[in-house]
Write a protein of this length. Structure first.
Length: 152
């Protein structure tokens, strides 16, 4: 006949066996740990790519802005008749030191004594997408007004 203490002893033996065999990781635990590690590495690589893309965009925009500012300063030195000569030529591609950038100059009449000058710089970014920055100003017969940037 079984006593009431015998099932309690069997339970202790079973729990003792589980403790003795529970020192390692199961296959499922190892797979979950590997998936978490892979997700962490993929996230870090994606973040680095986005950071490099942003850095490249900032550098290119700065370079394009400097190129356009330099050209605008050259235009400030020209008189009304020289600006009209440039307008008669039409849209002009400007040469830049860096072959990645294509700069263009367009001049149009706004009023009898006022012209709009648009400098545009085009390039391809780190990811291959086309980028554009524009510098727009108005040139009056009595002189050049200030300019402002747009980019997209």
């Amino acid at each position: 006949m079984l006593s009431t203490s015998e099932p309690a002893q069997r339970g202790r033996r079973r729990s003792g066996r589980k403790l003795a065999g529970g020192h390692g990781f199961t296959l499922v635990e190892a797979m979950v740990a590997a998936i978490v590690l892979v997700l962490g590495i993929v996230t870090a690589i994606t973040t680095l790519q986005r950071g490099f893309q942003s850095l490249d965009s900032a550098r290119n925009l700065t370079t394009a802005s400097q190129l356009m500012q330099s050209e605008m300063e050259q235009l400030r030195l020209k008189n009304w008749s020289q600006i009209e000569e440039l307008q008669d030529v039409g849209i002009t591609k400007l040469t830049a030191d860096d072959s990645r950038f294509v700069c263009t100059l367009a001049i149009r009449d706004l009023k009898i004594d006022m012209k709009e000058i648009v400098l545009s710089a085009d390039w391809r970014g780190y990811d291959g997408r086309p980028q554009t920055a524009r510098l727009i100003t108005r040139y009056g017969k009595s002189g050049l007004n200030d300019y402002f940037y747009t980019s997209h």
